[in-house]
Design a protein around this ligand. Structure first.
Ligand code: PHE
Ligand code: ZN
Length: 898
């Protein structure tokens, strides 16, 4: 089918949230029959449809993409239709009718990995957001929910396992060595939740009985050699089922729940109803091949996809502008799940710090850059570009603030009301917020709901400036707050937000002071939450006997930048004494950040001048030696702010300067705390039989950090003992965490032993794709020394194991270099940018979604100092000028240049 000239030359159009209109037709049932063949799969689609009486009569317009259309029948008769762009349009339809469409497609050539594709001789689908239209013509929008019956037919020897959503109702043999399976999904669903899988797979199976007594079959499908790596995913799934029932009263609603792993996948995983499809990275784990971080990620992604079964599948999104309705809520749920699985309260705090770190190093820059958008965007060109940290992580913070405002029990009540009201519907972010508020009519959330919802409509990270004033005579302490929010693309003026601010006050000796808010009937204990809603507000505490140190925004109670002119002494006091672990960690981050910013701003600074002063080093030493703090927390406190986070605090960024200063800080901490690192290593190097749980993982993390520091210190002193021990540890390690940490220590320190360790590592794990990804990633993200990383990266892309078509592999080399290695990527000769633009262009022809993500590596170009700034702009312009660019990549680079 030829596209009209117009459709070919047209500029991509932006879709506006305000233009939402209900569908003109409903699809009640879909009967799909697939004849699976990699080169030519035939799809017979029979739909029972009816006109939506609430909408003015209009032609039916079905979405399609890269389909070969063979036949269209209306009520069994050949029907007149026309193509408008990629849409199939039919006029003059009756109110009720059966529509039959026969198309073919070519899964083997589907490198976009959207729709039906083949990976390692196995068929998979990916339909979110708009992939179903690549399988058949359809009303491919989430508010059209239908019942599905799916028949799969394929060669039995090549594709023995045939899976789709719901229940298997029939299977059998067909002529010529083929067979079939018929699946019926008992729940209505939007097309983006459709899935099929066909191939040679094996499953780990577990029958469980839920708290409510219902029995379920849980299955994790993988390739034959991988079965021994599925135990952790299965355990995570079992925990997820039990947790959602216990915490929110949400049971598993299916007899059978399946997870299938594929090594070719654009994203992490997908919540198709009853048939989740996962990137292998978030399923497969053994102690020999996966790190503690991998285990933790598997637990949260398995949880995340499972929790979508309610927050996403049972109640879905009306339109894609509401994406955070399911994603923000489900991230919040998976964060809570991981926290609730922690046996120790300190591990909960560690998880919270890690989540905030992601938000601040990834989402805050997004909110300040050209792709900034509200949690509920107002427009998009390509929806795939809006699966962002803003929709996910900031969206989760918005849900978390609701929980803070109504309390944990109130929030659970709100969830119950939300699912009661909207089960089986496609709804909006407003509907969610309304349900939480309605279930808590006396809450601050209910009182200020319209204003609270600005968190959905206004982009940008609010700045919360606070000042404290102590009046010794009146024994009062006054905190004055003023909030503002910088402009973002398309939004120059912002109205005040509702900001919950959890806080406490510390005395000089570090003890918590009792809180008595002026005007409040009762004392508040040692911590309270103020709810700000005006641009400027002040609060006075009475009966304060000494000038306090304020601990503001405890637990990071709102996604804002808190500006408070802490003295160094105040920060040291918080680091030593705050009862809130988040602010304790935050104090150390502020101290290190302050030192970094001072050094970066000092034009007279000698390249190897110290960055950290004695008091800060002494405080870090104390943390490292502390008898009761746990290892995971120590590791977080001793981690310096990342180059990206430091750069975000600057108006003009010289990435090389940031890199040098941070490397200097790292070297200084390594050498100054040499004895403590040795002790920390000795104390934590043996964690016994491997168990992937937070406490021993924290000890492994601290031991790994100690080794890295000992190798850096050795580089400075010429010592060979620690590098030798590190190599030995690398060889002897009984789990991937210890092994990879040792390898990383050698690579990061730039030690000559790194080369042989890397070679050995590759040889040991040459058949483990996920481990080889680590091998590539570590080298591409290694600290740059005299521009040595780019040539290495180029060499890695010529390695026999490299393939740009496999997203995990592409990410492990290209993204690790361009997105996670600023010191190596931002080169004075601009060669990093040129290489980046070539890779974006190369990837765009293969897989636009992956290309568009890579295209965002230079989002923050306008902040760069010259000559980086001009060179970066030129590289982006070079991509933008490329004819035939996908709308995915075009949207990203056009916004960057706007
Ligand atoms: N909906 C998936 C999730 O967050 C992510 C995803 C989006 C996967 C689009 C594939 C395609 O769980
Ligand atoms: Zn999700």
């Amino acid at each position: 089918m030829l596209l009209s000239r117009d459709a070919q030359s047209a500029q991509p159009v932006a879709i506006q949230r305000e233009d939402y209109a209900p569908p003109a037709y409903w699809i009640d049932t879909v009967d799909l029959c697939f004849d699976l063949d990699p080169a030519k799969t035939r799809v017979l689609n029979r739909m029972k449809m009816r006109r939506n009486p609430e909408v003015a009569a209009q032609p039916l317009r079905l979405d399609g993409d890269e389909l070969n259309l063979a036949r269209v029948l209306v009520n069994g008769q050949g029907a007149a239709f026309r193509m408008e762009g990629s849409q199939l349009v039919i006029d003059g339809l009756p109110d009720d009718f059966e529509l039959e469409i026969f198309t073919t497609c070519c899964p083997a050539k589907n490198t976009k990995l959207m729709g039906l594709f083949v990976s390692q001789n196995t068929f998979f689908t990916q339909c979110e957001a708009e992939g179903f239209r690549r399988i058949t013509y359809f009303l491919d929008r989430p508010d059209v929910m239908a019942s599905y019956i799916v028949t799969l037919r394929a060669d039995k020897a090549a594709y023995p396992v045939l899976l789709s959503n719901g229940n298997l109702v029939e299977e059998g043999e067909l002529p010529e060595g083929r067979h079939f399976a018929k699946w019926v999904d008992p729940f209505k669903k939007p097309a983006y939740l459709f899935a099929l899988v066909a191939g040679k797979l094996v499953a780990r199976e577990q029958r469980i009985k839920a708290r409510n007594g219902r029995e379920h079959l849980l299955q994790v499908y993988v390739r034959a050699g991988d079965l021994d790596k599925t135990e952790h995913a299965m355990n995570s799934l079992i925990h997820s089922v039990l947790w959602d029932e216990a915490r929110f009263g949400l049971p598993l609603d299916l007899d059978r729940f399946m997870i299938v792993a594929t090594s070719d996948f654009n994203m992490g995983a997908m919540e198709n109803k009853g048939l989740n499809i996962f990137n292998t990275k978030y399923v497969l784990a053994s102690q020999a091949t996966a790190t503690d971080a991998d285990y933790a990620n598997i637990e949260s992604v398995v949880g995340h996809e499972y929790f979508h079964n309610w927050s996403g599948d049972r109640v879905t999104c009306r339109d894609w502008f509401q994406l955070s309705l399911k994603e923000g809520l489900t991230v919040f749920r998976d964060q809570e799940f991981s926290m609730d699985l922690c046996a120790e309260p300190s591990a909960r705090a560690v998880k919270r710090i890690e989540d905030v770190r992601v938000l601040r190093t990834a989402q805050f820059p997004e909110d300040a850059g050209p792709m900034a958008h509200p949690v509920r965007p107002d427009s998009y060109i390509e929806i795939s570009n809006f699966y962002t940290v803003t929709i996910y992580e900031k969206g989760a913070e918005v849900v978390r603030m609701m929980q803070t405002l109504v309390g944990r029990e109130g929030f659970a009540r709100g969830m119950t009301l939300y699912f009661e009201r909207h089960d089986g519907q496609a709804v909006t972010c407003d509907d969610f917020a309304q349900a939480i508020a309605d279930a808590n009519p006396d809450s601050e959330l209910a009182r200020r709901l319209p204003q609270f919802k600005r968190w959905y409509s206004q982009a940008g990270t609010p700045r919360l400036a606070a000042t404290g004033h102590y009046d010794a005579e009146a024994r009062t302490y006054t905190l004055a707050f003023s909030q503002s929010c910088p402009p973002t693309p398309g939004q120059s003026v912002k109205e005040p937000f509702v900001i919950p601010v959890a806080l406490g006050l510390l005395g000089a000796d570090g003890r918590a002071l009792p809180l008595q808010l002026e005007g409040a009937a009762q004392p508040a204990g040692e911590s309270l939450t103020l709810v700000l809603h005006e641009a400027e507000q002040r609060f006075t505490f009475t009966g304060v006997d000494e000038a306090p140190v304020p601990s503001i925004l405890r637990g990071f109670s709102a996604p804002v930048v808190l500006q408070f002119d802490y003295t160094r002494e105040q920060l040291l006091a918080l680091l030593a004494h705050d009862t809130d672990p988040f602010n304790r960690w935050e104090a150390a981050q502020r101290l290190a950040l302050g030192a970094a910013l001072a050094a970066i701003g000092d034009d007279t600074r000698a390249p190897d001048a110290p960055v950290l002063d004695e008091a800060l080093i002494a405080a870090m030493r104390e943390v490292l030696r502390h008898p009761t703090l746990d290892a995971a927390f120590k590791e977080l406190v001793l981690s310096l702010p990342s180059e990206v986070y430091i750069a975000e605090q600057l108006d003009v960024v010289d990435p090389q300067r940031v890199h040098r200063v941070r490397e200097a800080m790292r070297t200084q901490l390594a050498t100054a705390l040499f004895a403590e690192w040795q002790q920390a290593y000795e104390d934590n190097k043996d964690t016994g039989a491997y168990r992937p749980e937070p406490v021993s993982a924290g000890r492994r993390a601290l031991a790994g950090m100690a080794l890295a520091n000992l190798c850096i210190a050795a580089r400075e002193s010429g010592d060979t003992v620690w590098p030798g021990k590190t190599l030995q540890r690398f060889k002897d390690a009984s789990n991937m965490t210890d092994r990879f940490n040792a390898l990383t220590a050698l690579v990061v320190a730039g030690h000559p032993l790194a080369a042989q360790a890397l070679a050995r590592f590759h040889a040991m794990f040459k058949d483990e794709a996920l481990v080889i990804d680590k091998w590539f990633g570590l080298q591409a993200s290694a600290p740059d020394r005299d521009g040595d990383v780019l040539p290495l990266v180029k060499q890695l892309t010529r390695h026999a194991d490299f393939s740009i078509k496999n997203p995990n592999r592409a990410r492990s080399v290209i993204f690790s270099y361009c997105n996670a290695n600023p010191g190596a990527f931002h080169r004075l000769d601009a060669a990093g940018y040129v290489w980046w633009s070539d890779r974006v262009i190369e990837l765009d022809e293969i897989n636009p979604q992956v290309a568009a993500r890579l295209a965002r590596a230079l989002d923050r170009w306008s902040k760069l100092a010259e000559p980086y700034r001009s060179a970066a702009r030129e590289a982006i312009a070079r991509v933008a000028a490329r004819p035939g660019l996908s709308k995915d990549t075009l949207e990203v680079v056009s916004r960057a240049l706007a």
